[in-house]
Design a protein around this ligand. Structure first.
Ligand code: P5A
Length: 351
């Protein structure tokens, strides 16, 4: 009922009511309660990495907001609220690190919990002009380092506290008076962003109503304390493009690009020397553990360039009229190309 119209419902031929899962708190609680009985098995973290369905009122921007999307969701189970907050902090840290590895600067923002429930929640938002979320923040939150902290309880608590020092909310939580009171005019930023992740702590909201308890040390039944943690994996594909494109050209960060580098030889029916060279370089890069694509399709070189502008592989090795026996044109998307030998190319790619 809380989910309302956004929960997509169906009836089968028997008239039985069913639904397409918009999220999985209830299902996972059921999996947990049927298999875990004792505090000794805690903490637990269960995942459901799968397609989710929501009957969105306004699906838009392709895969950015759609009715069928891929989510990484995890659910934590702890004995006490104190332990559950530790699980929450670990996930908070893991999310910052994960987005960082995807080449994104994500900002944790205090958020509403909506139909999921609970009172502690953060959205992870990345800045992008095309974003759907309005953001109001103290710009100093962008400077909070994440590398200084360790994956250890006290350190993680310190990190959470460091982030909470700075005002950062999306429009649902925004209040102009608070903003002015907490943030000096010079430090105020108002901009747009994309929500790529969202974490929740909701205590015993689901465990109590679904009678999901474990035996605690003193033998008493205790409702487990839960949190849930979601990353919009399919949305991230669009979000990375929005955050990383240059001059209308897509550019994947190395960590997510389907290939690290593409070799583009000019292919000529009467002269196979560029293609032969390309094959040699291809083998050499492969042997060095570099993930390389060789474009050996027979087509006009300018078509190839256009195609690769769309594919967004971050580096190109172009073998054409400019290259010599051991110098090749090496180019990073939207930067000037340079003539380099293979050793130097490998050095750059390895960095
Ligand atoms: C957390 C995990 C949840 O559902 N339950 C399990 C909690 N959170 S959430 O914020 O509602 O969704 C998690 C992330 O999924 C992405 N997302 C979407 N992506 C594409 N299209 C949609 N319609 C859509 N709705 C949510 C977001 O990245 C969100 O942070």
């Amino acid at each position: 009922d809380d989910y309302g119209e956004e929960m997509l419902r169906i009836k089968d031929r028997q008239g039985r009511e069913m639904l397409y899962g918009p999220t999985n708190e209830e299902l996972i609680t059921d999996v947990f309660r049927s298999s875990v009985k004792s505090y000794k098995s805690l903490p637990q973290l269960l995942y459901h990495i799968q397609w989710k369905f929501r009957d969105e009122l306004r699906p838009r921007f392709g895969i950015m907001r759609c009715r069928e999307f891929y989510m990484k969701d995890a659910y934590s189970f702890d004995l006490s609220e104190q332990d559950a907050v530790i699980s929450y902090n670990k996930m908070f840290y893991a999310y910052l690190k994960t987005f960082h590895r995807l080449g994104l600067k994500s900002i944790p923002m205090k958020a509403d919990t909506g139909p999921i429930g609970g009172d502690l929640s953060h959205e992870f938002v990345i800045l992008a002009d095309t974003g759907e979320s309005k953001i109001f923040a103290d710009k100093r939150i962008f400077e909070v380092p994440i590398d200084e902290y360790k994956n250890e309880n006290n350190s993680l608590l310190k990190m959470r506290n460091e982030f909470s020092k700075f005002y950062a909310v999306t429009d649902e939580k925004f209040n102009q008076e608070d903003f002015n009171k907490n943030v000096k005019k010079d430090n105020q930023i108002q901009t747009k962003g994309i929500e790529v992740g969202h974490i929740f702590y909701f205590g015993d909201k689901y465990s109590k109503s679904m009678n999901c308890s474990v035996d605690s040390k003193d033998g008493k039944k205790t409702f487990v304390k839960m949190g849930s943690y979601g990353i919009g994996v399919s949305r991230l594909v669009a979000a990375i493009i929005e955050a990383k494109f240059i001059n209308q050209k897509m550019k994947w960060p190395k960590s997510v690009s389907p290939f690290e580098v593409v070799i583009i030889p000019s292919i000529n029916k009467n002269d196979s020397s560029s293609l032969d060279k390309a094959h040699t370089i291809y083998k050499e890069l492969k042997s060095k553990g570099i993930d390389v694509l060789l474009d050996d399709i027979e087509e006009n070189i300018s078509n190839k360039f256009k195609k690769h502008d769309l594919l967004g592989i971050p580096y190109q090795i172009i073998i054409g009229s400019k290259s010599t026996n051991d110098q090749f044109e090496f180019k990073e998307v939207e930067k000037d190309s340079q003539m380099l030998d293979l050793n130097n190319i490998i050095k750059i790619l390895k960095n």
